[in-house]
Design a binder for this molecule. Sequence first.
Ligand code: NAP
Length: 218
Amino acid sequence: MTVLLLGASGLIGSHCLSLLLSDDRFDKVIAVVRRPLNISHPKLVQTIVDFDKLDNYAAEIKADAVLSTLGTTIRKAGSSVNFTKVDYEYQLKVAEIAKRNGAKTFILLSSAGANKRSMMLYTKVKGEVEDAISKLGYEKVIILRPSILIGERAESRPGEAVGQWVAKQMSFIFSGPLSKYKGIPADTVASAMINAVQKPYKGVDIVENLDIFEWAKN
Ligand SMILES: NC(=O)c1ccc[n+]([C@@H]2O[C@H](COP(=O)([O-])OP(=O)(O)OC[C@H]3O[C@@H](n4cnc5c(N)ncnc54)[C@H](OP(=O)(O)O)[C@@H]3O)[C@@H](O)[C@H]2O)c1
């Protein structure tokens, strides 16, 4: 099976990449990235693209399954327009091209609270991209909605650091009704995404935060 990975340089994407490369069920991994990854592997093909001109790379956006961990933050993107470009337009464009080229499966990393009717831009855009990709006609679309991600990253994200601290040090808060918001380790999310590729399923499925822990197990 050939898998195309978006976001391979990111926190979740890099975990997905390691799992895919070490798993014999996957013959080839195409990482579509904007700059080269510092890794080489016989199964890995790096496709360096200009995300604003994805149609130019259509022939290379061809795989059995697509995993997307692409995303930015409104702060990092600098504007709501730029945020929407990455989290909506780029992901949808790759999904459209890959579908045209025969992909059957799309695994989308979204977020807890995703809702196209949300008043908050972040959760609204997440909901809109979920909706748009679900309507492309893939045989299988699995959407994961994690709460706060727990993992090391090189860049500083003060808001996320506070969230991670609360998730780890005050985990007792996330019992009972709030348990659905408990922090989730990056490698757990990545394992669930890889298992989702293999899971026999037809249609669109949404996997909420607590269920991601279960999906990661099998
Ligand atoms: N942080 C959380 O707690 C949290 C919670 C729930 C859901 N999520 C969502 O989960 C997903 C993955 O999160 P993550 O923490 O793994 O993300 P991350 O570490 O920030 O990685 C994001 C990936 O997207 C790529 N990317 C960002 N801006 C880009 C652009 N303008 N053009 C091309 N590629 C671009 C990055 O490539 P470069 O390395 O080239 O920048 C990187 O590969 C995101 O969609 C995020 O919204 C996050």
